[in-house]
Design a protein around this ligand. Structure first.
Ligand SMILES: Nc1ncnc2c1ncn2[C@@H]1O[C@H](COP(=O)(O)OP(=O)(O)O)[C@@H](O)[C@H]1O
Ligand SMILES: [Mg+2]
Length: 323
């Protein structure tokens, strides 16, 4: 690939989806999908089973043809410019079969040849991807004998052989034990620091919380949120909420505080003596809340912006019931 082919506009998103709908016969799997993925970021794509994650990823990687709407990868339309898109993209499906009687090296060499890498450069490329995925010591092992975590890393090494600028990983952490999952996340961080864009899907939001720069939440073929992780915690919170810590038990004081003007609710925080205070910003600001607490006789020892729990944010954004 020439360097000119790899160049993109500065600040151009890696992926753009606009007005994308997709039906399987009469069933509308994607209702109206719009979101952007910033270039060189680690982006989480999260939703319950059946939400439409795999369908969206297949549209981005040109395995499905868009029916309605537009999908662009680095400014290239996936419908018309699919060869250019494929050259820059690596897709790791959720279930993939491997040639289990091959060694790790034979397997990767086979795909390097399939990608058209010349023999002279292949050894160097394979050494690099084996090192990146920390599989260098396993190159002569049969794939059959590897753990699921290691097979997953060989799958990742396979998509890296083509040196893609964007990686789409469909639920790569599912079925991995905690250690293998953490190790996989470390590899993904290393890839991001090399300037790659990574989209990683999962049905568990908390799994991606520490890893991702930004996140898209999908439910029933509709995007519910697209933005930063901290933004997600604030998103849709009805009233600004602060966490209040007191030196002594609050007991009756809590009732007194909740009756103050502009205080909407005072809730206990499970497993903690602190309370969560929500207020109406039209009537009060955070200083006003602090003043009300002191007027109620509370000795305040801590007062900070409360964030919703990640799982709660996810539950609020997605609907009940299995699809
Ligand atoms: N090839 C297909 N034929 C019919 N229905 C499909 C097909 N692929 C996906 N679906 C349906 O579309 C919806 C979204 O599927 P999918 O994108 O695989 O969701 P996710 O990856 O979030 O679990 C699901 O209800 C699924 O049953
Ligand atoms: Mg899926």
């Amino acid at each position: 690939m020439t360097s000119t082919e790899k160049q993109s506009e500065p600040n151009q998103p890696a992926v753009v989806l606009r007005g994308v709908q997709h039906s399987f016969r009469k069933f509308k799997a994607l209702v109206d999908i719009n979101f952007d993925v910033p270039a060189q970021s680690l982006h989480g794509f999260v939703g319950p089973n059946g939400a439409g994650k795999t369908t969206v990823l297949k549209l981005i990687c040109t395995l499905l043809k868009p029916q309605t709407g537009k999908v662009e990868v680095f400014g290239r339309d996936v419908a018309t410019d699919y060869l250019a898109v494929r050259r820059r993209l690596g897709f790791m499906p959720d279930h993939f079969s491997m040639y289990r009687q091959m060694t790790v090296y034979e397997y990767l060499d086979f795909f390097a040849a399939a990608y058209g890498l010349p023999v002279e450069t292949r050894t160097k490329v394979l050494d690099d991807v084996l090192e990146l995925t920390d599989m260098g010591g396993r190159r002569t092992d049969l794939i059959n004998g590897l753990s699921r975590g290691m097979q997953q890393r060989v799958g990742l090494a396979r998509v890296l052989v083509n040196d893609p600028d964007i990686l789409l990983l469909d639920e790569p952490a599912s079925g991995l034990d905690p250690r293998a999952r953490i190790e996989l996340m470390d590899v993904l961080r290393a890839l991001r620091s090399m300037g790659k864009t990574i989209i990683i899907s999962s049905h568990i939001l908390s799994e991606l919380a520490e890893l991702c720069d930004s996140v898209t939440i999908i439910d029933r073929g509709t995007i519910r949120y697209c933005g930063t992780m901290p933004g997600l915690l604030d998103h849709q919170a009805e009233y600004p909420t602060y966490r209040l810590t007191s030196a002594e038990p609050l007991n009756g004081l809590r009732d007194k505080l909740s009756k103050s003007a502009g205080i909407m609710s005072v809730e206990e925080i499970e497993g903690s003596p602190d309370v969560r205070v929500a207020f109406d910003p039209e009537q009060l600001d955070s200083n006003g809340v602090l003043r009300a607490a002191m007027d109620a006789g509370i000795t305040v020892t801590g007062f900070s912006r409360a964030q919703r729990h990640l799982n709660q944010a996810f539950m609020d954004l997605t609907e009940k019931g299995v699809r």
